[in-house]
Design a protein. Sequence first.
Length: 297
Amino acid sequence: MRSTCSWRLSRSVIPLGHRTVIMGVLNVTPDSFSDGGLYFDRESAIARAKEIEQEGADIMDIGGESTRPGSEAIFEEEEMRRVLPIIESVVRTATIPISIDTYRASVARRAVEVGAQIVNDISGFRFDDGMPLVVKESSAAVVLMHSRGNRGTLHRQSRMEDPIQEVSDGLSESIQRARAASIPTGAIVIDPGIGFGKAADESLRILKDLIVFSKLGYPLLIGTSRKSFIHSAGHERSESKRDSAQPSTRFASTESNDAGTAATIVAAIMNGAHIVRVHSVRQARVLADMTDRILAA
């Protein structure tokens, strides 16, 4: 049974535990593995933002740099150019909090200045030493995700001897960085980083044993949506194959990946996830509501 608590953002509070929170993804990138740049232009992005809220999301996660396997880092000025106008536009009409998906302190600072209330850091405070201070000074909430390596080697990591222990240790280090910066406990959510530097079987193992990470004492966010470990499992690929996106087939496999994603959403909630980060918000809302009812029965 997952714990109940409140996630304290800069200007609002989100209850966690009784009802699964849906974080809807809005990628304003030209090379996302999931949507291939469908929302790269301003008009499309704003239209999709409205849909995300209407479909039942509780949080909107806006990102301007793809971190899919094979992607390259962009300059921080370009990341700001992509995300800041969208956040400024969306926050005027949205009734749900906005999250900025970035590992750069400068981007996070500007994003919270224009309205974001959550910083979603894939590096868990490892890539930019200035990030903890930005989160603390802005009173933003934070998602600390587990990953390994640097920006260029995120998806080129060796296998882990003990995935559960290594992810737990990595998350503990990120939590320590947050606490050292005096970020309040109630502002922190952790994410085991499924698909980031993990083989397909390692991701499945983490999903299966998710309840272990609850022992760290923080709410859990899980992001499995359309990741290629789902595609790999569905096509009975070798479990030792590195988890990597397949840009050339990203649209052909969307239907099967959404079905696989559905299974992982239910599994995650049953195993203790408080928040699920998804692309197909409408589907996730139905799945989460029914799974919540099962848990409450």
